[in-house]
Design a protein around this ligand. Structure first.
Ligand code: SAM
Length: 235
């Protein structure tokens, strides 16, 4: 898959996506990642990419033209253009699976107060990673590219790694344990030590359903019980 990011801060994406599984996916050619800096598509001496908002108000707005030119340079017939914005559709695992089938993704990352609204119709989708406001689209691009890359066939060496994981089938995944069998007095559940694959599968399935019902009743397999999500009470 080819991914390009239109960003004023390429290193904010390049650096985190050079490590671990995604870094290896890049080295092995599963993911080709490129960057276009709108500053390189300006014509004035100061390479200006932002200006004050019409109507007044705080902050600066990214100008449409440098973003447009950057996009024009890289967009192909099969490109899917994603504008990152907190106003967009909320990102989730089913969407990650859809995006993993695309040949070419282009992410437009806003910064400051965002991008001139006239850029919005150039995108195929407006996408948010959650109901909070980041300083820029770059961390959002990292999250989406990471989630999508691990779904590209061959990136995870164990093909079934994404089959039973959280959000697949509308469930949270069952808990994991590793050695030692007893850690600070806490034992690993008996079923996992049994060596009986059927029993282990049943235990995991029950755990996944119970956990989903408690922590995420809003998920398809969560039963829609009106209980608070896990961790909510602490805040
Ligand atoms: N003034 C904007 C508003 O209130 O909607 C927020 C702008 S934000 C400080 C700057 C940029 O960060 C946005 O243009 C967008 O690209 C990115 N951004 C911020 N939060 C985001 C989120 N939750 N999901 C995706 N992108 C986000």
């Amino acid at each position: 898959m080819r991914v390009d990011a239109v960003t004023l801060f390429p290193a904010m994406i390049d650096s985190p996506l050079s490590e671990s599984i995604v870094g290896r996916a890049r080295e092995e050619g599963f993911l080709e990642l490129g960057f276009l800096n709108p500053r390189d598509f300006t014509e004035d001496r100061h390479r200006t990419v932002d200006d004050k908002p019409y109507g007044g108000g705080t902050g600066m707005v990214m100008m449409a033209e440098p973003v447009y030119r950057a996009l024009k340079k890289v967009r192909k017939k099969n490109s899917f253009v994603i504008l990152l914005t907190p106003k967009g559709r909320r990102f989730d695992q089913p969407l990650a699976l859809e995006l993993a089938k695309k040949k070419h993704l282009i992410f437009i990352c806003g910064h400051y107060e965002g991008i001139d609204e006239r850029v919005t119709p150039l995108a195929d989708m407006e996408l948010s990673i959650g109901d909070y406001v980041l300083t820029g689209g770059e961390p959002a691009a990292v999250a989406v590219i990471d989630a999508v890359t691990r779904l590209i066939p061959g990136v995870l060496k164990k093909e079934d790694a994404t089959v039973n994981e959280t959000f697949t089938g509308g469930l949270l995944e069952a808990p994991h344990y590793t050695r030692p069998g007893v850690w600070r007095g806490e034992k690993v559940p008996e079923a996992l030590l049994s060596g009986n694959h059927k029993l282990i599968a049943e235990w995991r399935s029950t755990q996944a359903r119970e956990l989903t019902g408690k922590a995420r009743p809003d998920l398809p397999a969560g039963g829609q019980a009106k209980k608070p999500a896990r961790g909510k009470k602490k805040i």
